[in-house]
Design a protein around this ligand. Structure first.
Ligand code: FES
Length: 107
């Protein structure tokens, strides 16, 4: 039986539908995105040249990096032009009014 690795983050009320919010959990910069009832977490560092994605543009399930326009699907982190490039994705859940983010065990 494996113990889950969810770490408590911000209050649910701090992120509204259609919004993005940058958080840092266990030293990892994570971009939370809320769309409808769902909450997604991806790395907040663009793999192109390292810009933060929280100031990018969110449209449906795509976030566009503010620096040079790379677009990523927040559901799986994939860069839309080259599917092999992807942001790390983090499972998220809302429980007891808080956002919880799954952080894998350190290697
Ligand atoms: S740093 Fe994100 S597109 Fe260049």
């Amino acid at each position: 039986m494996s113990k889950d690795n969810f770490v408590t983050s911000i209050k649910e009320s701090e992120i509204k539908e259609g919004q993005m919010k940058a958080v840092r959990v266990k030293g990892r910069p994570i971009l939370l995105v809320r769309q409808g009832e769902q909450l997604f977490g991806v790395s907040n560092i663009c793999p192109h040249m390292g810009c933060s994605l929280e100031h990018g543009i969110l449209r449906d399930y795509l976030v566009m990096c503010p620096c040079h326009g790379w677009k990523f699907d927040i559901r799986n982190g994939q860069y839309q032009e080259i599917k092999e490039i992807a942001l790390t994705s983090y499972r998220c859940k809302i429980q007891d009014g808080k956002v919880h983010i799954e952080i894998p065990h350190e290697e």
